[in-house]
Design a protein around this ligand. Structure first.
Ligand code: HDE
Length: 716
């Protein structure tokens, strides 16, 4: 409780004088930090104008450089120190600015200011990331994606530091360093980068049954989203929301992408490592630049406190999710990402998230993983951002004013005025002072939770079920998704050198998820699996439902073709009317047609028109596209059919289950490439109108799934 003996000075104006509340408040507040080079002289960091930026100061034109050259030394010295430690996990990321706007029903669950007014937009900064790889690793690796949101609310920053999967590998934060050491590149040779397909990862998870559920998620296609706009986000832990009456409810947080969910195909994801290692980052950037903003709905699953124990798992166990069929996700707001950062380092790299950054109306639970995170994030910034003043870095500053008596340390920016840096004081009028916790006043107060227990190093028996939700996830997958999971375990374990690790995983862990899954992976590794589940009954657990359709990526397929990228293959002699027609139809449905030619030289159409290509066959390969249309024109089709790159383009698109269309003579390329023209998702016609509607319908399903068995599966 507040115990300041001094009365609170009565000037809210003074208190909040630099306080802005508009949607653009964050960018307005940051404006003074942004620097535009235009119209400025080149100067040193001390403000001295530079006359020669090409030659260091030397004793004679061919002589040694002089120590005296402060301009040269300052430049090199700054450069030499440009790198800061990258994040120990989630090092590779990309981010965007935007806003959050609540729906009217949000206010009933939480008193937090950002949920109160449906007309109010709260600025956000969102950073997406992979977990395992370093800053320069590939975007499309098999990995969890971070989904961290900083809400710059009027009452302070709230960080929702989530992932694209709703559960985690471990139950207690004390195991996090072990887990991360195991999954990271191995310590002796730093191999492999950005991947979990290696001995130490599988050694650890095969010895840690609690990891099974999350590992299964990472073996699913969720582990390489097609686009951040097609990826769900989850707060993972159970949190608390506190309403205006002070009533607390348990809450799980969800981001539901409005564009639907879909992922890449594993083979495609791997090829993108080489073809476009920045694939997801580039899409995010380009789409925002094009005005195709990224949108999510924010949802909550609410559990009343009295219902805490009504589930067949423990709400505090972060390896468990609440099936949406048991507790529906209530949409309470919308987020739009609509502005790219100006500077990657200043914003995306220096942003510092922490699950401990909450505002009144949002609170923690005793989830032992969350409790550990409340310490870890602040701690890690000390090294990464060089001390405790990282909150003063512009991207981390709240839009509400930060006032306290904390002082000094490295890189302090604020020039605190006044003589008193303690509280209570009677020298500076008692400022800064405490705020009462009543909702109308806004001081933060922790949930009044009773804790009455012995100190123990122990885990609750209610955390003992390690497999029932893994089985639930498996049962909820479509046949195609199951095949991909079987192929994923097979692939990953094929990279494990020690046979006993493979055996342990296949014989002792996988059968507890599903015997058929274990049998199939076992067959691919020549390992016989038991005919019954080997784990004890309490570890197998029970689930009150057999499956949960919401857990399948296919449950929220896009269905339309908005934001899709389609390659239109052309060469000299192409029918330009086809190209124009395809582009117009795609544009009308929000998709983008890219003219792809053998080179970047303008292509001459039959009618002599010059078409400027958007890309060339090996510069914008089919893995960077959602589907392919071959335009007509006899000469064009012939040229493409005689080009290895042209043949490979459509073969690869076929393997990756993409819808393919050919107009007029364009079909010759498909025949020359051996693409079966009678198969699902391959459309031939004399005109654009002949093929477009079925082609777009197939693309709305994301991929032509019926071709999958032939193209991607392991032997049955
Ligand atoms: Fe993190 N995590 N984490 N994590 N995490 C970090 O903080 C940690 C966990 C997540 O874009 C680090 O600033 C511990 C779960 C994201 O900047 C570090 C534990 C979830 C990001 C850290 C976890 C996450 C991080 C590294 C187990 C999903 C990137 C750099 C107790 C709910 C945020 C940093 C960004 C980053 C610790 C588990 C999500 C070391 C100790 C569960 C999205 O503090």
């Amino acid at each position: 409780m507040a115990n300041n003996p001094h009365t609170r000075p009565n000037s809210d104006e003074a208190h909040d004088k630099d306080f802005k509340t508009t949607e653009d408040s964050k960018s307005e507040n940051l404006e003074k930090y942004r620097s535009d080079a235009e119209g400025h002289d080149l100067r040193t960091n001390q403000g001295v104008r530079i006359s020669d930026n090409h030659n260091s100061l030397k004793a004679g034109e061919r002589g040694p450089t002089l120590m005296e050259d402060f301009i040269f030394r300052e430049k090199l010295n700054h450069f030499d120190n440009e790198r800061i430690p990258e994040r120990i996990v989630h090092a590779r990321g990309s981010a965007a600015h935007g806003y959050f706007q609540p729906y009217p029903q949000a206010a009933q669950y939480s008193k937090a200011g950002l949920f109160q007014d449906p007309n109010k937009k709260t600025p956000v900064f969102v950073r997406f990331s992979t977990v395992q790889g370093p800053r320069g690793s590939n975007d499309t690796v098999r990995d969890v994606r971070g989904f961290a949101t900083k809400f710059y609310t009027d009452e302070g920053n709230w960080d929702l530091v989530g992932n694209d999967m709703p559960v985690f590998f471990i139950q207690d934060a004390i195991k996090f360093p072990d887990f991360v050491h195991a999954v990271k590149p191995e310590p002796h040779n730093e191999i492999p980068q950005g991947q979990s397909a290696h001995d130490t990862f599988w050694d650890f998870v095969s010895l840690m049954p609690e990891a099974t559920h999350m590992v299964l998620w990472t073996m699913s296609d969720r582990a390489f989203p097609r686009h951040y706009r097609n990826m769900e986000g989850f707060g993972v832990h159970t949190f608390r929301l506190i309403d205006k009456q002070g009533k607390a409810r348990f809450a799980k947080f969800h981001w539901k992408p409005l564009a639907g969910t879909c992922s890449l195909i594993w083979d495609e994801a791997q090829k993108l490592w080489g073809r476009d290692p920045d694939f997801n980052r580039r899409q995010l950037w380009d789409d925002i630049e094009n005005g195709d903003f990224i949108e999510y709905e924010f949802g909550v699953q609410i559990v009343e406190e009295e219902d805490e124990h009504k589930f067949d798992f423990d709400l505090l166990d972060p390896t468990k999710l609440i099936p949406e069929e048991q507790v529906p996700v209530i949409p309470i707001g919308k987020m739009v990402l609509n502005r790219n950062p100006d500077n990657f380092f200043a914003e995306t790299e220096q942003v510092a998230f922490s699950p401990a950054h909450v505002v009144p109306g949002i609170d923690f639970t005793n989830d032992p993983l969350l409790q550990g995170r409340l310490f870890s994030y602040l701690d890690t910034q000390m090294l990464r951002l060089g001390g405790p003043n990282f909150h003063e870095i512009p991207i981390n500053q709240p839009v509400s004013p930060a006032h306290n008596n904390q002082r000094d340390s490295l890189h302090r920016q604020t020039i605190n005025k006044g003589q008193a840096s303690y509280e209570p004081n009677s020298i500076d009028g008692g400022w800064p002072s405490e705020t009462p916790a009543a909702p109308e006043d806004g001081g933060f107060e922790s949930h009044y939770e009773r804790v009455d227990a012995n100190k123990v190093r122990a885990r609750s028996p209610s955390f003992g079920d390690h497999y029932s939700q893994a089985t639930l996830f498996w049962n909820s997958q479509t046949e195609v998704e199951k095949e991909h999971i079987i192929a994923a375990y097979t692939f990953e374990l094929s990279k494990v050198k020690r046979p006993w690790i493979r055996e342990r995983m296949i014989k002792e862990i996988l059968p507890n998820i599903d015997l058929e899954l274990a049998r199939r992976v076992g067959e691919n590794h020549g390992i016989e699996v038991p005919s019954t589940k080997p784990a004890p009954a309490d570890e197998l657990g029970t689930s009150s439902q057999q499956d949960s359709p919401a857990l399948s990526l296919m449950a929220r397929l896009p269905h339309d073709i908005k934001y899709r990228k389609v390659a239109i293959l052309v060469a000299d002699g192409v029918d330009a009317e086809h190209v124009d027609g395809i582009k117009a139809r795609l544009k009308a449905e929000g998709a983008q047609g890219m003219v792809i030619a053998p080179s970047m030289a303008p292509v001459k159409s039959i009618s002599g028109q010059a078409l400027a290509p958007d890309g060339m066959l090996n510069g914008e390969p089919s893995v960077t596209m959602d589907s392919v249309i071959v335009a007509g024109g006899a000469e064009s089709a012939k040229t493409l059919s005689q080009s290895g790159l042209g043949l490979y383009y459509v073969q690869e698109a076929y393997k990756h289950l993409k819808a393919i269309a050919a107009i007029g003579e364009g079909s010759e390329l498909l025949s020359a490439a051996g693409v079966p023209t009678q198969e699902d998702g391959v459309f031939l016609g004399a005109s654009v109108d002949d093929v477009f509607t079925p082609f777009a319908e197939a693309m709305g399903q994301h991929r032509v799934w019926s071709r999958d068995a032939k193209a991607n599966s392991m032997p049955a």
